[in-house]
Ligand binder design. Sequence first.
Ligand code: FES
Length: 227
Amino acid sequence: MADKQSKQTPPRKSRYTADHGMAGAFEGETVTRRRFMTGGALAAGGIASAAFALPALGFALAPMFKDATPDRWQDVGPESDFNPTTYVPRVVNTDPGVGEAGKATIYVRKFDPESDKPSPSDQGKDPIPYVVVSTRCAHLGCPVRYYQAPKRFVCPCHGGIYDFQGKVAGGPPVRPLDRFDARASNGRVEVGERFSVNSELRRFSPRDPSNHLDGLWQYLYPSRPST
Ligand code: FES
């Protein structure tokens, strides 16, 4: 009978380490110090890894949630000023917060459906009606200049060369020249926000010069708020 009762209610295991005969156990301990230190070290390692990984992840993913609609449009002249065969220089303010110092030269021409390949980012929508190219070299940021005869942008600093689309044709630049949004409104051409492009002219949020954008590089060079 006694045997039967002990089978029905097995004795409860002690939660104290000393009762299990563990080496170095102290009376009243429920966790050995070794296990406590191991757990503490693992938790500290996890917190340190998260402190590095989470900001990087945030920078990499934030541009995906950013509204791509430009909030500021600047008039650069009547539509009749621009054609698809040559670029026309214009000055816009790319950073109104710094006044005159934010002024920069851009190059504007009309989009040519015959020769301009639409950006993969424009699939299913109308392409941007004007090609507006930044003069900031994608190598280290020197101002590039457009030459109509060879239809090339040339950077005087280290010999960077870009073709008529603004794609790299030679020298050290790592990606095409940045572009700007553009639209026609009431017969005028208006320029919006700057964006960066990769070698296929796929659109990205603005990046610093020297930041690659093809393949996995796009994640290693996330956009910065002040770029
Ligand atoms: S800054 Fe333009 S090639 Fe170096």
